[in-house]
Ligand binder design. Structure first.
Ligand SMILES: Nc1ncnc2c1ncn2[C@@H]1O[C@H](COP(=O)(O)OP(=O)(O)O)[C@@H](O)[C@H]1O
Ligand SMILES: [Mg+2]
Length: 512
C-alpha cells in the first residue's frame, strides 16, 4: 500500500498564450489536509481540473493510491474516489438538495421509477455524520451560499469519495461560515478522508493544513510542513515572490465637502421586503467610509439603491449637491458615480466580451470611442485597454483580446477596478473589493483605493471583513437590520466593540 493518495508528477498544461501548469508536482499523503497556495492565476484550478479529469495534461503522470491512472473524464475521477467542489458551484437551482446530490446517478425502484426516499435517508445520515447541516428537501434557490457549498460536499460524500478537493471554498463565505467550514474539514479528516484545500488565505492554512504546496505563475515553488512555527509572512513571500505588506500605509485623511448625502432612505429587496430602513449617511471628499455589518443586513440593497439598480421607497440621495434619487444608472455614472459591485459576474463584467470591451462598458458610446455614425473606434478602445492592463498589472493570456470570463477572479476584479477608477468618479461605491482575492491582489487594490481617496474621491466601502474595514476606512458606520447603529472614527472602537454593534442582527438571522 502506498503512503500517498495522490501523486501528480511533472504536470504541464497549456492554454493559448499561457502555460497554466509548468512541470508541476503535487504529492498528497493519505488522510492529510493538503493546502495548495497560490495567487490568482497561479494554476491551482487548472491542476485540480487535470486531477478531476476535466482537462487532459500535455505531459506528466498521475498516481492514485500508488497506481498510475489515466483520468480521461470526471466519471473516471469519481470511480477512483475523487470528488471536487468547484469554485463556482454546479447546482441546479430549481431542484432540491437531494435531487442535486443524486443527479447523474438517480436511484430507481424496481419499476424503474425515480425513488428519492432512500437517497434522502442517506443524505440525512451523511449530513449528520459530517456536521453538514442542510435540509435535504429544500430547493437550492432557497438556501444560502454556505449551505449550497455543503450540498456540493455532500455530493462528493454520497458518491463515496475518499479524496475531496475544495477549490477556494471560503471565497464565498462569511467569517462565521468559514469557521464552520474549518470544523467540517477537521471532521472529514477524522473520518479518514484526504483533503486538498485550495486557498490563498494563510490563516486557513495555518488552521487546518498539515502540508502546503505553493504554486507561482504556473510553476511549483515548494512543499512545506505546516507547524505552529510556520510564519504567514514566509508563506506569503513564497506565494507572491516578494515580501508582502499586510498593513495598509495611509496618511491621515483630510475630508473636504460632502460629495454623497444619503437622506433617510428605505429600500426593498426584489420580493418587496424592506431591507434598508430610514438610513442616513454622508461621505466627504477625501475619505473612505466603511459599512461594517454581517452579511444580509441591507448592505446589498443600500448599494443597489445608490447605484441605481433598485429604487428607494423613501428618502433622497444627493451627489455633488445634485438629487440623483430617481436618475437612471447611466445618468448617475455620467454625473460622476463609480461602482465596484459585489457580484462581479452579474454586474461587473460581461464574461463573453474581451478585456478591451469590458474596460469601456460605461463610456463606449461617448465621442471618446464612438465615431460620427456610431461606429466604435477599436484602435482607441484597445489603446485604452492596453494602458490599463499595464497600469493595473492585469494578467491575461492574450492581453486585451482575452475574454474577461477566461481571467482568474483577481484579474477580473482588476479589470473592474481599472475601469471604474479610470473614469475618475467623484463618488466611488465599493462592495467586497477583495473577496476571494489573493494577498498580492488585495494589497494592490487597497493601495489603489487609498490613492483614490488621496485624490479627493469620496469612497463608500462595504465589506464583511471587519479587518478590511478597520484597516482601510477613515470613518466606520455599523449597520444592523438595515439601519446605521453607530458612526465613529476608525481607531475609536475595537473589533469586539464593533462586532457587538453588528451583532444585534445575528440572533435575528438565526431565528429566521
Ligand atoms: N479554459 C481556459 N482557457 C484559457 N486560459 C485559461 C483557462 N483556464 C485557465 N486559464 C488560464 O490559466 C492560468 C491559470 O488559471 P487557474 O488555474 O484558474 O488559476 P488559479 O486557480 O490559481 O487562480 C490563468 O492565467 C488563466 O487565465
Ligand atoms: Mg482558481
Amino acid at each position: 500500500m502506498s503512503e500517498y493518495a495522490i501523486e501528480m508528477l511533472g504536470i504541464t498544461k497549456t492554454f493559448p498564450g499561457i502555460i497554466a501548469n509548468d512541470n508541476v508536482n503535487l504529492v498528497v499523503k493519505k488522510n492529510e489536509v493538503h493546502a495548495i497556495l497560490g495567487e490568482n492565476g497561479a494554476g491551482k484550478s487548472t491542476l485540480m481540473s487535470v486531477l478531476f479529469g476535466a482537462y487532459s495534461p500535455d505531459s506528466g503522470k498521475i498516481l492514485i493510491n500508488g497506481k498510475e491512472v489515466k483520468i480521461t473524464n470526471p466519471n473516471v475521477a469519481t470511480d477512483l474516489g475523487i470528488g471536487m467542489v468547484h469554485q463556482h458551484f454546479k447546482l441546479v437551482h430549481n431542484y432540491t438538495v437531494t435531487e442535486n446530490i443524486v443527479l447523474g446517478r438517480e436511484p430507481k425502484n424496481k419499476f424503474g421509477i425515480l425513488s428519492l426516499d432512500e437517497a434522502e435517508k442517506k443524505v440525512r445520515m451523511l449530513s449528520e455524520k459530517y456536521g453538514l447541516q442542510v435540509d435535504p428537501k429544500a430547493k437550492i434557490e432557497d438556501i444560502t451560499v454556505g449551505q449550497q457549498q455543503r450540498v456540493e460536499i455532500l455530493k462528493t460524500l454520497y458518491s463515496d469519495s475518499d479524496i475531496i478537493i475544495l477549490d477556494e471554498p471560503s471565497a464565498v463565505l462569511t467569517p462565521q461560515e468559514i469557521d464552520e467550514l474549518m470544523d467540517i474539514i477537521r471532521l472529514l479528516q477524522k473520518e479518514g478522508k484526504t483533503i486538498v484545500l485550495i486557498t490563498h488565505k494563510l490563516k486557513e492554512i495555518k488552521a487546518v493544513a498539515n502540508r502546503c504546496t505553493i504554486l507561482r505563475r504556473g510553476k511549483y515553488i515548494d512543499c512545506v510542513d505546516i507547524t505552529p512555527e510556520t510564519s504567514e509572512q514566509d508563506l506569503a513571500t513564497m506565494m507572491v515572490g516578494r515580501p508582502v505588506k499586510f498593513d495598509i500605509e495611509k496618511k491621515p485623511c483630510t475630508p473636504g465637502e460632502k460629495l454623497l448625502e444619503i437622506k433617510s432612505i428605505s429600500v426593498n429587496d426584489s420580493v418587496g421586503v424592506e431591507k434598508v430602513h430610514d438610513l442616513s449617511l454622508d461621505v466627504c471628499a477625501g475619505e473612505i467610509v466603511g459599512i461594517a455589518g454581517v452579511d444580509g443586513n441591507g448592505q446589498t440593497e443600500l448599494l443597489y439603491a445608490l447605484s441605481g439598480l433598485s429604487p428607494v421607497t423613501k428618502g433622497q440621495i444627493i451627489m455633488n449637491g445634485k438629487d440623483i434619487t430617481n436618475m437612471k444608472i447611466r445618468e448617475r455614472n455620467e454625473a460622476g458615480l463609480g461602482h465596484i459591485p459585489e457580484d462581479r459576474h452579474k454586474h461587473g463584467l460581461v464574461g463573453g466580451l474581451s478585456v478591451a470591451e469590458n474596460t469601456v462598458l460605461k463610456d463606449f458610446y461617448t465621442p471618446k470611442y464612438s465615431g460620427k455614425l456610431g461606429v466604435l473606434m477599436t484602435e482607441k478602445i484597445f489603446a485604452n485597454s492596453d494602458k490599463l492592463i499595464e497600469e493595473f498589472d492585469i494578467r491575461s493570456g492574450q492581453g486585451s483580446i482575452t475574454p474577461a470570463g477566461a481571467l482568474s477572479g483577481g484579474n477580473q476584479q482588476k479589470v473592474i477596478v481599472a475601469r471604474e477608477i479610470s473614469l475618475s468618479p467623484n463618488v466611488l461605491l465599493v462592495a467586497q473589493p477583495t473577496r476571494g482575492l489573493d494577498v498580492g491582489a488585495i494589497e494592490y487594490i487597497r493601495k489603489r483605493l487609498v490613492a483614490e481617496r488621496d485624490k479627493g474621491r469620496a469612497i463608500l466601502l462595504v465589506s464583511f471583513e471587519l479587518d478590511e474595514i478597520m484597516n482601510l476606512c477613515d470613518r466606520i458606520a455599523a449597520i444592523s437590520k438595515g439601519s446605521i447603529v453607530g458612526v465613529f472614527k476608525a481607531g475609536e472602537k475595537t473589533a469586539s466593540e464593533i462586532g457587538l454593534m453588528m451583532a444585534g442582527e445575528k440572533s435575528k438571522e438565526a431565528s429566521k
